[in-house]
Design a protein around this ligand. Structure first.
Ligand SMILES: Cc1ncc(COP(=O)(O)O)c(C=O)c1O
Length: 419
């Protein structure tokens, strides 16, 4: 049978899903067919054969400039192989996973950590583990279907995905973004209904869309008042915030000293891939079985785990790497403000520029590519309709000339579009 003959019937059978109409209706060329990137991603990127100044990279520290990440990766591959080749529970974890988990537990101030192939899987696994009922042959079991989750409504998709099967209004509640008074109202209601026995509050440190830091201290105070367990998704803050000379030292200290659980991602400051949950030892040990996203899927590749551990150690030993980057990001924010381009109110390294009109923001994205810049746009449904943002990651390797060029270009577009 030829390939084209075998493809036709399955296309017909897929008609009820309306995939073809969905893709056809999309007018933006890049949204559903990712452009192809050649070579390593950094301050510039070669996409579909064109070099662009890159404001989209979530690994923003340009670590190769400071430490031999690729050599650590190669070392890890040579010593530990390329794959774990089996499940954590049936075969065991590789040495680099154990070392990395100990390192993450130490840096997050928790008793123990468990790693996952991505941060997304860590989040889904956390919700699953905290709300599972499971029984084993030995008569040992847990009954946690009555857990109630209270989440900032802007938490990452992976938390919402984990919550999907649970009853909204009974086992799942959302509070307004960064609004602690609203969180307290929700917790009050739950307590009043006599359902507060097992409550888990989930919030983020730095939110990916608007770049704001959550009111961590006040959220943890509310958890204490209502006896709720806390989980902070620190994907965007891990190894960036903490030391007293940086913004958000108070929030970072609270995450370390007071949050029950922390999720970290290795795809942001660490510049690799993977994620972890850190928390009390007995819970983390139970997550081995109860998260599902640890036991039933592949782990981080051993060389990545090894390189991540080395990178965390290097960032801890030389705070100048992150300090330099944060100063660079703050300079760009200041220059944007001086040029009359407001950003969302935050001192984080993420620069979110409110544009408003979805059409204007998407038009800018196209023009930027034409002029040699890659600038991500958050438009509906990532944010409410016509509250579109440009969401930039300054990159440690951006030159002054690249930043000047970007700013001039952005100001030109604003004038042209009247936004
Ligand atoms: C707040 C937040 N949580 C979780 C994730 C998922 O992390 P990972 O890329 O490691 O899967 C991200 C990444 O986009 C994020 O920004």
């Amino acid at each position: 049978m030829t390939a084209s003959r075998s493809a036709a019937p399955s296309v017909d059978r897929l008609a009820p899903w309306a995939f073809a109409a969905f893709v056809e209706a999309n007018t933006h060329d890049t949204a559903y067919r990712p452009p192809v990137v050649d070579g390593p991603v950094g301050p510039t990127i070669v996409r579909n054969g064109r070099e662009l100044v890159n404001f989209a990279s979530i690994s923003f520290l340009d670590l190769e400039r400071h430490l031999p990440v690729r050599r650590h990766f190669a070392e890890g591959a040579r010593t530990h192989g390329l794959s774990t080749s089996g499940s954590r529970m049936t075969q065991g974890i590789c040495r680099p996973h154990r070392v990395l988990e100990e390192t993450i537990a130490r840096h997050t101030g928790k008793e123990r950590a468990i790693s996952f192939a991505t941060g997304l899987l860590a989040n889904i696994g956390f919700v699953h583990a905290m709300s599972s009922s499971a029984h084993f042959d030995t008569g040992i079991g847990v009954r946690n279907h009555d857990t109630v989750f209270v989440v900032d409504r802007d938490v990452h998709w992976s938390i919402w995905k984990g919550l999907q099967g649970l009853r909204y209004g009974r086992h799942v509640h959302a509070f307004r973004h960064n609004d602690v008074a609203d969180l307290a109202r929700v917790l009050d209601r739950i307590r009043g209904a006599g359902r507060g026995g097992k409550t888990v509050v989930i919030a983020e440190s730095i939110y990916s869309a608007d770049g704001t830091m959550g009111p961590i201290v006040e959220i943890l105070d509310a958890c204490d008042r209502y006896g709720a367990v806390s989980m902070i998704d620190d994907a965007n803050g891990f190894m960036v915030y903490g030391p007293a000379n940086r913004p958000y030292a108070r929030e970072a200290a609270a995450i370390r000293e007071r949050a029950d659980f922390v999720m970290v991602s290795l795809s942001k400051a660490i510049g690799l891939e993977g994620g972890a949950l850190a928390g009390p030892a007995s819970a983390v040990d139970a997550f081995e079985l109860l998260s599902g996203t640890s036991m039933f899927t592949a782990a981080i590749q051993p060389p990545t785990a090894h390189a991540a551990d080395r990178t965390i150690a290097a960032l801890a030993d030389d705070p100048g790497i992150v300090d330099g980057y944060l100063a660079h990001a703050a300079r760009l924010r200041r220059r944007m403000h001086e040029a009359g381009t407001p950003t969302t109110p935050t001192d984080s390294y993420m620069l979110s520029v409110p544009i408003g009109s979805d059409a204007a923001a998407l038009q800018m994205r196209e023009w930027f590519v034409g002029d040699g810049y890659l600038v991500p746009v958050f438009s509906y449904p990532a944010v409410p309709r016509n509250q579109a943002l440009l969401r930039l990651f300054p990159h440690e390797g951006h030159t002054e000339e690249q930043l000047d060029g970007f700013l001039d270009t952005l100001l030109g577009y604003r004038r042209r579009l009247g936004v």
